[in-house]
Design a protein around this ligand. Sequence first.
Ligand code: GRF
Length: 212
Amino acid sequence: MTITNYRIAVLLSGSGSNLQALIDARATGTLPAEIALVVCDRAAAYGIQRALSNNIPAIFAPLNRPRHGPSRAAWELQLADLINLFAVDLVLLSGFMRVLSASFLERCYAPVINQHPALLPDGGGENVTVDGITIPALRGAHVVADALRLGLPITGCTIHRATPIVDDGPILARASVPVLPGDDEAVLHERIKAEERRLIVEVVARLAGEAM
Ligand code: GRF
């Protein structure tokens, strides 16, 4: 196994198949990074089970009972402080269904990157051109359905540095997939996620290599 002290935190809300790709890549020696922490805001998310069954420290950090619990701003700062305690080198938003503000990004010592299941352009903008095809840049929480609704010929995935602007920030990697006749949201999302799982291992390995 590769010896490394490059540590990552993965924040998720869902199935965690991207986390699993990182766990598998680490196990086979293709990822020189340690998954030091998984944070999940939904108790039912399968991703937290993946962390627990692989002996990865996992923390349940829901934003709930806003009238009684901490305010959203306080929750974000607590979350950043918690992540900082684990002394990670990178924070990965991997299907974490909460928008995190500038205060969170500023409070985190480590850079924060985000996985987005659609193609985003370099430098922001309304359109993105990939493989000679120009399509609208899809942002928000329903981009797989949006790609189908708009009848796009291609869609894909992007990994980018997180900034206070949602689904924006310097692009680290991108991959396209075709939208095929008969696709529904689940089928198309799974085609995108297959690329996301490949890409996230590449990107984290690259960032770990650059940091060594
Ligand atoms: C991915 O499509 C990611 O881009 C999006 O949420 C999904 C997470 O998938 N933000 P999984 O939980 O890793 O399977």
